[in-house]
Design a protein around this ligand. Structure first.
Ligand SMILES: [Zn+2]
Ligand SMILES: [Zn+2]
Length: 279
């Protein structure tokens, strides 16, 4: 089956909740037949004072330059075998856009993934705080979440929006039909000029589904939003995980092309045939 030969959402042990040497991630990508691997570790928690930054959620600010150096070292080391992209997964926190812009300006990213992991103070995708869902109206929560995701796209800070229905991670389902919400979000993505990410990590979570929902991805395709692929690997064995299932979802949604990035310039490429399969 044709697949995108890239994985654009990969973490490193520096974030505090991933494991394995960066070399193992790269080697796994090469074994999987990928031609590009993008490291996109969590940016440090820039919106909090340093004594309130959780070391299990992101690297320390002082580590960040070492992360960038490590990616560049891997890039040189494996140059003959695979293209390595320098990226970051940055939290979108309303009100902190200018601070994030200032930080992002200091590095030569190939692309920046914008993600919403927090609604107010609540890290809703953090298993330690899952009890909060029971105190919320799930329909209202979905609406609030999609509103912030739409605003993240419109911030102009990001190339790609990560896991754009992460709110479903633990299996909390809305009772209201989401078609209109999906369409509105897809149109906001299209107007803002961002890509949507097909992220296979949801298959490894309680929800058991790729992000985003097929209907949201279909709405994105209809609105003309380009697509990227990411495994959201937090261990070397997760690189390129479920890439075939992700590709099938893209195909069903109507996509025949995906996006590659080089220093924040986009290239639209056809989904290719895997030529060097291995275990
Ligand atoms: Zn994320
Ligand atoms: Zn991630």
């Amino acid at each position: 089956m044709p697949i995108p030969l890239v994985d654009y959402h990969v973490h490193t042990a520096r974030c505090g909740h991933a494991s394995g040497a960066m070399e193992r991630y790269v080697e796994r990508a090469i074994q999987s037949g990928l031609t590009e691997l993008g490291f996109s570790d969590h940016l440090f928690m820039y919106w909090l004072p340093s004594d309130r930054r959780d070391p299990e959620l992101g690297m320390a600010e002082w580590e960040h330059d070492f992360y960038v150096e490590d990616v560049e070292r891997c890039r040189r080391q494996y140059a003959a075998d695979i293209t390595i992209r320098l990226a970051t997964e940055a939290d979108f926190i309303p009100g902190y856009e200018r601070e994030l812009e200032r930080i992002l300006r200091g590095y030569e990213w190939d692309y920046v993934i914008g993600s919403v992991h927090f609604l107010g103070e609540w890290g809703f995708d953090d298993g330690r705080h899952v009890a909060e869902f029971a105190r919320r109206d799930i329909d209202a929560l979905y609406a609030e979440y999609f509103e912030v995701v739409g605003a993240s796209a419109e911030s102009g800070l990001f190339d790609t929006i990560g896991h754009s229905d992460l709110i479903k991670k633990f299996g909390h389902r809305p009772t209201l039909d989401q078609c209109a919400a999906y369409q509105r979000l897809a149109e906001r993505f299209a107007r803002a000029g961002v890509c949507v990410e097909v992220n296979s990590a949801g298959l490894r979570k309680p929800v058991g589904e790729i992000y985003p929902h097929p209907d949201l991805l279909r709405a994105c395709h209809a609105a003309g939003v380009p697509v990227t692929f990411g495994s959201d690997a937090h261990a070397p064995a997760e690189v390129a995980a479920d890439i075939s299932a992700a590709c099938e979802l893209m195909r069903v949604a109507g996509y025949t092309e995906y996006v590659r990035y080089d220093q924040r310039h986009r290239q639209i490429v056809p989904i290719e045939t895997k030529t060097t399969p291995s275990s």
